[in-house]
Every structure is written in C-alpha cells, then in structure tokens.
Write a new protein. Structure first.
Length: 231
C-alpha cells in the first residue's frame, strides 16, 4: 500500500485571506486619502490626526458590519440549500442518488461506476456528499460571518494605523508627500504579502493595489486643495 502524504492547499486560506487583504488595503487607502485630503486643505496637524483616528474607528466598524452582513447572507443561502437537500434526501432518496451519480458522470466517470460511487458516498454521509458535489459547499469554502467580520476589522485597523503613524512623526509642512509615499510603500508591501500567502504573482498584486491607492490619494488631495483654497 502506498503511503499517504499530507498536503496544505492554499484554497484553505481563501476565507480569512480575502477579508484580511481587503480590510488592510481599505484601511491604508481610505485613511491615507482622508489624511492627505484634510492636510491639503491646510488644516492643523491636530485636526488631521483627529480626522485620521475618526476614519480608522468608523472604517473598522463599517468593514466589520458590512463583511458580517454580506457573509451572513451567503451563510443563510447555504443553510437554505442544505435544508432543501436534507428534505429531498428524506423524501426522494432514489432521485437524489441518481442526481449525485449524474454529477460524477458529468466529470468523466462511467455511469455504472458513478452509481456505485454515489451509493458509497451516500452510505457514509449523504448530505455531505450532495453539499460538496452538487452544491459546491465544503468545510474549506463555507461562509463564516464572525471570522470574516473580525478579520476585516482587525486588518482595517492595522492598515489604517500605518498612515496615522506618519502623521505623528512627519513634519507638518511635509505631511502630504510623506504620508502619500509611505502609504504607497505600505500598499506595495501588502500586495506582495497577500500574493505570497495566496500563491499569486507578487509584482502584479503590488502594482495593482499601488495604482488604485495612488489614484485615490491624488483625487482626495486635489479636492482638499481646491476646498482649502476656496475656504
């Protein structure tokens, strides 16, 4: 008998990785853009700091609430499908067996063998087999609202803290360029780390997040400068 070896697949990270990268990216971009926009309007350093802290708190709560609601909707849909599947297994077991077998046939399994596989899979865990092979719901990809919400809020806070730290150490006269450059570097690093964790191309991810971050900060800086001049 061949010896089995353990494998660690990157897909297992998709739930928390998506929420964490999104949260950190949003934290850097939104907070840095807010800071740059307020600073460009010739606001005092203390006002810039207050605006940044307020943006961090509001953004973290917004990310947590939004992620929880959206992922909860996914979880509700999954549970509704599982409930319907459970009822159909209780009332139409033969139909469900054939349906499961057909899903294997569609993947290239011979019809007779597919029926045998369906019988064995349903004998062990009928609902689990249908959830995985018919609905595409598995332990790896199932929705976890609380985990996603906490990951998003924490990641947003960490991301937002980076440009905020620049406000504390940068001279007021050079606040806009220092926060902008530092934030772009943070975004590039975030893109590379996220890509490495997900097994993707680090350079492509870094360029992507840096471009959109630079665009956001440029727009808010321009608006802040116009408003500051007008006022």
């Amino acid at each position: 008998m061949s010896r089995l070896h353990g494998e660690s697949h990157l897909i297992s990270r998709i739930g928390w990785l998506r929420a964490a990268v999104l949260g950190a990216n949003d934290g850097i971009v939104s907070t840095a853009s807010l800071i740059v926009g307020v600073a460009a309007a010739n606001a005092a350093a203390s006002d810039v700091l207050v605006a940044g802290v307020a943006g961090l708190v509001a953004g973290a709560m917004s990310m947590a609430a939004g992620e929880y609601v959206s992922v909860s909707s996914q979880a509700d849909t999954e549970q509704a499908d599982l409930s319907r599947e459970r009822a159909e297994l209780a009332t139409q077991p033969d139909f469900e067996r054939d349906e499961l077998a057909q899903s294997y046939v569609a993947r290239g399994v011979e019809p007779d063998l597919a029926l045998q596989v369906a019988d064995q899979m349903m004998a062990k865990d009928a609902l689990g087999a249908h959830a995985r092979d018919e609905l595409g719901i598995s332990e790896v990809t199932t929705a976890r609202p609380i985990q996603a919400a906490l990951a998003s809020a924490a990641a947003f806070s960490v991301g937002a803290a980076m440009p905020l730290a620049m406000v504390l150490i940068a001279p007021a006269a050079r606040l806009v360029p220092i926060v902008s450059i530092a934030s772009l570097l943070f975004l590039a690093l975030l893109g590379a780390v996220g890509a490495k964790a997900g097994g993707a191309n680090a350079l492509k991810a870094s360029v992507r997040v840096t471009f959109w971050g630079a665009l956001a900060m440029a727009l808010t800086a321009g608006i802040g400068a116009v408003i500051g001049t007008a006022v």
